[in-house]
Every structure is written in structure tokens, then in C-alpha cells.
Design a protein around this ligand. Sequence first.
Ligand code: SF4
Length: 325
Amino acid sequence: MRSPDNALEVDQLTRVFDVSAPWLNRVIDRKPKRYLRAVQDVTFTVQKGKCLALVGESGCGKSTVARLVTGLYDPSEGAIVFAPAEKGANRGKPLEAQMIFQDPHASLNPRWRVGNIIAEPIEVFGLRDGRQAIDARVAELLRTVGLSPDDANRFPHEFSGGQRQRISIARALASEPEFLVCDEPTSALDVSVQAQILNLMRRLQDELGLTYLFISHNLAVVRHMADRIAVMYLGRIVEEAETEALFANPQHPYTRLLLQTIPDVAAPNRDRALMGGEPPSPLDPPKGCAFHPRCPIATELCTKVAPEVRNRDGGGKIACHLAPL
Ligand code: SF4
């Protein structure tokens, strides 16, 4: 580890997917193999007990990073290094990240009672001995996330979307993790319910000393969750800074546009026009700076040369030819 304060260090992470048509079709159509660079040279750290948010439009690679960090995908290149766990069954071994998914409906087994769903990780990791101790722990976890111990006997479909996300959080906490990857955990919920779940996640972070990697397309959602924000565009981090610094003084043109397009109920249709249209396909990214076709201040240089990620005074990072350091 570069620093004992870090829970996670991600270095030059790249993930390439082979998205070629089947062999016979390629031969008949004389088409070459096609590769999608979903994540390219992504480097970041998450300090213990802090929350780093990865933010960007759909297709920017943020969910691929989440799946790489949780081991659902293997990296094509680069390294993912976790600090040693400080408690629980894995103490001394590298931390294992638990994941909270966007859609709690899809991630909870509909045929299992909630009590069994939450008890499974406790049994798998051998964290309690005997039925009574496991049931007591399930009841404690349900109370922790604002549900009733009696809810253990019910099935997921008997709950609202917000309550199902609480169940997902209880299940993620059941293995006593120190690191949670939260992939758009509130984007399938109504706005009023979103705030309740975000407040719950913040409280849990404080009480349990959790570290979060928080994935979202919405800067407004992460503002009150994240200590730092990394903005991704077409597989790369283009700006990273402390949350308040990023909101007060965004440097990358893409970050500025994202901030301007924070959803506004008074003007629900303005987003795409302001953003200069849809992002280009990651299968065929523009040459030079990938943002140049949508950038209001692009120069000749931007169309030819990709900007390097540079460290900024005060600790942030930026990848733009024209941004000051
Ligand atoms: Fe815009 Fe050029 Fe900066 Fe890219 S490098 S964001 S095109 S100014």
C-alpha cells in the first residue's frame, strides 16, 4: 500500500471486452474483431472511513470499475489492492468489498424469506454459532437498517422499493464488511425515499466506520455522501477533487456541464441540449481528447492529442489541456 490510511488503491486499471460478432458472421461480412475499452488507465485511492464517488453518464465505465473492485470482473491490466481487514472473520487478510446494487428487486432472491437472505452470509462466513445466535444477529441487522425483527418472516415482494434496499443493506452488513461498493443504490427509488436511504447509509458509515466507493450518474446525490468525487468520461477519470472544491470550483469542462445539468424540475428537458448531445460510443471513441466533440472550448490540439491526467495544487487531478493546475 502507498499509505496505511488507504483502504483501497487502484492503479492504472484497464478493462477491455471482446464485443466481436460470432466468428462465422465476421468471416462472411469480412469484419475484424471489435474491442470495447470500458475502463482505461483508471487510478484512485479511497481512504479508510471515507467515501469516494465515481460519477458520470451511463456508459462511462463507472459500473465496470465497481464490478472490477468487487471481483465480478478481472482486470485486463492494472492493480486493485485492498488494505488488510481490521476485524471480522477475515482479519489480517485483504479487505473484501460487499456490493449494494441499484435494483434491490433483482438482487434479492424472491423465494427466500428476508431472514434467510440476511442469515446466509452470517452462516457462510461462520460469524455466529447456532440458530439462536444467527436469528438474534438477523434481528439486530433489521433494526440497524430501520426495519422490524418480525420482517424476517416476510418475502421481498411484500416490501416497498425503499424497504427492499434496506434489506439489501442489511444483507451487505451481515458479513461485517469494512468496505462497501454502492452501485447507484438509490436511482431506482422515488426522490423522497432516496433521501432516507442516503441518510441511512451516512449514519451507518459513521457508526460502523465503513468505507464507501459510491457509483452514481447524479452529482446532486453524491454531494452529501462523498468526501471526494472522481468524474469519469468514456472510461477515464477526467477530474478528481474534494467534494466541496469540485462544486465550488470545477475545472474540467465536462464537470462544469454535469453541474449545470443537475436535474431541475422546472426544466426537465434541457439536459441533452446543454450537454451537446449524447456521449460518443465507447466502441469508437473520438481521437485526441474524447470529450472534444461536446466541449465548448475545444481547440485544434484537443482533436489530436489526448490530455494526460495531471496532479493539481491542493491534491486534485485533472485531464484537460486548458485547465489550470
Ligand atoms: Fe475540452 Fe480540450 Fe479540455 Fe478536452 S482537453 S476537455 S476538448 S478543452
